[in-house]
Write a new protein. Structure first.
Length: 245
């Protein structure tokens, strides 16, 4: 408790799944929290779940201009920022022959380009010290069929944990990443995953189950907190052992 007391945090994609669980953990740990999302229904639901302690902002993670607008909103509300959690993302899985330029551009914009320009726009707002946590994926490490563009976009995001660490550590900004495996979130329903598919996927995980969003959120709390002050440019893989096979 109180590991994030007094910290000001922004969590993109914070209305459902890992993002919402992270916002709840942050509030429990004493942080002031802003979350973003683009779906009016989930934005409203998240606001009710989190209560008056959270700032809920409608923002498109894939639009570069929207990042500057988001920074202005957060700056006006908080005056500065101690923690950024880049969680907003899209998992578009399809066979190679079904990809077109528009679909590729959308995945790269949401999963990499938008987050990159958000970090850039936030530079004047970051405190010293500050922490950035990037939510990537084990798909950056494994050769899962139909995941070509998703894996590439998450791999690109993952590289920022190291490259931005080298660039930003002199400003007191630490950058680290979490790479979850299969997590029980609404994402699987959005992808149309059947019960048979989920059972088959769980059988490929040494832990023999999906992870849950709170398990990822608690790892993010650690990386965001002062307990991880010497953790820089690292990736924490949380996948029940799936990527070790």
């Amino acid at each position: 408790m109180n590991r994030l007391k007094g910290k000001r945090a922004l969590i993109t994609g914070g209305t459902t799944g890992i993002g919402l669980a992270t916002a709840q953990e942050f509030l429990t740990e004493g942080a002031r929290v802003a979350i973003t999302g683009s779906n009016p229904t989930t934005l409203e639901a998240a606001g009710k779940t989190l209560g008056s302690g959270a700032l809920v902002v409608a923002s498109d993670a894939g639009q570069v201009a929207a990042q500057a607008a988001l920074v202005r909103t957060v700056g006006q509300a908080f005056g500065g920022l101690d923690i950024l959690v880049v969680n907003a993302g899209v998992a578009d899985l399809r066979p190679l022959e079904q990809w077109d330029e528009a679909a590729v551009d959308r995945s790269l914009a949401i999963n990499f380009k938008g987050p990159f320009f958000l970090v850039q726009a936030l530079l004047p707002l970051f405190a010293n010290p500050a922490s950035i946590v990037l939510n990537t994926s084990i798909n950056a490490h494994i050769g899962m069929p139909t995941s070509t563009i998703y894996a590439a976009s998450k791999g690109a995001l993952l590289t920022l944990a190291k490259t931005l660490s080298g660039e930003l550590i002199s400003r007191g900004i630490r950058v680290n990443a979490v790479s979850p495996g299969p997590i029980a979130t609404p994402l699987h329903e959005k992808l149309g995953a059947t019960d048979d598919f989920k059972t088959s996927l769980a059988a490929q995980i040494p832990a023999r189950r999906f992870g849950n969003a709170a398990e990822i959120a608690r790892a993010i709390v650690f990386l965001a907190s002062d307990e991880a002050a010497f953790t820089v440019g690292s990736e924490l893989v949380i996948d029940g052992g799936m990527s070790t096979l």
